[in-house]
Design a binder for this molecule. Structure first.
Ligand code: HEM
Length: 412
């Protein structure tokens, strides 16, 4: 896998214009190809040579519609940690701005604001992140002897948990999935992002009106009727938090789970080890998270400074390249080996610093319970013969992982 230096300048969303800022030296401009689809058991092994092939800090003119025209990328553990944790130099402003593509000006909360504004939103949401039961869903397909584990389980289950948490109607599940997928699936296709964002925001606004009229005991209602710094939440704050949760809560767990199930389906020994040792599950989930990260977060630069001798200017963006930092040998012994009992395991898959994933406990619990319960009740499973094993390293992950097992071996 080689990264090629490109000569064409960056695409500017919506204008068709291509520009690389003057202060970016041409020899530091790269267009990495690590997120291309592949069929490998370890989809992220494509980044194996990243430290030899790319400078530790480089400029990626990749279009990222509605967010930034191009970004510096940091690949080393130490640098990523610094970007996440140093609020003097780096701001979360604009960290997610899909709504900007349809002319909306509200901020995604709490992701896109810095301290001290950030704290009250985080405090308001924190008590809501608790796990829910999963057995009903397993019962719905256990007798069939087969399922598309990425869709029927990895995808539907976290989305149902999310709908329950928020109080959204389950009848809209397919709509939610299609909007979410349109926003996140092809980050280069601005029309699809606009379509998904428009529908999601319009729906969320109508739902806000419903719960405004009829309060209930769910999170969406708590946001609509909630208080920030002692005053009622504003319209922009309400939609900002709802849209944030919609973006964060639907696809991340699904993408990670489908990667975990895909890997288990391809590795019977690993499957059996975990089936025989359910106590390994908590550490194992974090190790899966480390080796199969689905999110790279970005930050806006507040002041001119240098990283490893590279001049970075205020207003530039920096991408924390998780799929490199999580394999830094300075932090992780034998970083390319999946060690089910790795501890400590301070990976960046759920970020770091003040914006550390708020849903981290929920996400971990969902995955621990989901994978453990699936393995406990479903005997050895493998890919359905002839099935497509293509995976997209990143948030799209594996949309389908059709697996088969012997129905006589299931645990009811
Ligand atoms: C495996 C699953 C998940 C992954 C990989 C993940 C990843 C991340 C990452 C990398 C960030 C930091 C973004 C940034 O700093 O710009 C983040 C923040 C956040 N996540 Fe997650 N997330 C997951 C699950 C969830 C779930 C299930 C929820 C809620 C239902 C959630 C809610 C949030 C929220 C609200 C934030 C913003 C926190 C803040 O700004 O203070 N996440 N997540």
């Amino acid at each position: 896998m080689s990264a090629e230096t490109i000569t064409a300048p960056a695409y500017v969303p919506g204008t068709g214009k291509r520009v690389i800022p003057d202060h970016v030296p041409p020899e530091l401009v790269f267009e990495p190809k690590y997120e291309e689809p592949n069929t490998l058991i370890d989809p992220f092994s494509v980044t194996r040579n990243i430290y030899d092939e790319l400078p530790p800090v480089f400029y990626w003119p990749r279009p990222s519609p509605g967010r930034y025209d191009g970004a510096w990328v940091v690949t080393r553990y130490e640098d990523i940690r610094e970007v996440y944790q140093n609020e003097e130099l780096y701001s979360a402003r604009n960290a997610a701005n899909f709504q900007g593509t349809v002319g909306e000006t509200f901020k995604v909360l709490p992701q896109s604001v810095d301290a001290p504004e950030h704290g009250p939103y985080r405090m308001m949401l924190t008590p809501w992140f608790t796990p829910k039961a999963i057995n009903d869903l397993i019962d719905s397909f256990i007798d069939k002897g087969e399922c598309d584990v990425a869709h029927d389980f990895g995808r539907i289950y976290p989305v149902k948990v999310f709908l329950n948490l928020m109080g959204f109607p389950h009848e809209r599940l397919e709509d939610f999935l299609s909007w979410e997928y349109a926003i996140l699936a092809d980050k280069r296709d601005i029309e699809s992002i606009r379509w998904g964002s428009r529908h999601a925001i319009d729906y969320l606004r109508s739902f806000i009106e419903e719960v405004r009229a009829k309060p209930n005991d769910k999170l969406a209602s708590a946001i609509v009727h909630g208080k920030i710094n002692g005053r009622p939440t504003t319209e922009d704050e309400i939609i900002g938090m709802m849209f944030m949760l919609f973006l964060a809560g639907l696809d991340t767990v699904s993408a990670t789970s489908s990667l975990i199930f895909r890997r288990l389906a391809l590795d019977p020994k690993l499957q059996q080890t975990l089936r025989d040792n359910p106590d390994k599950m908590p550490l194992a989930i974090d190790e899966f998270l480390r080796v199969m990260p689905v999110v790279n977060a970005s930050r806006a630069v507040k002041k001119d400074h240098e990283i490893r001798g590279v001049k970075i200017k205020a207003g530039d963006y920096i991408l924390c390249y998780t799929m490199a930092g999580n394999f830094d040998p300075e932090e992780f012994a034998e970083p390319r080996t999946l060690k089910l009992d790795r501890s400590p395991n301070r990976h960046f898959s759920l970020a770091s610093g003040p914006h550390l994933c708020l849903g981290q406990h929920l996400a971990r619990r969902e995955m621990r319970m989901g994978v453990a319960e699936f393995l406990r009740r479903i005997p050895a499973f493998k890919f359905k013969p002839g099935a497509d094993m293509t995976v997209y390293p990143g948030q799209i992950a594996a949309r389908h992982v059709p697996v088969v097992w012997d129905p006589t071996g299931v645990v009811k």
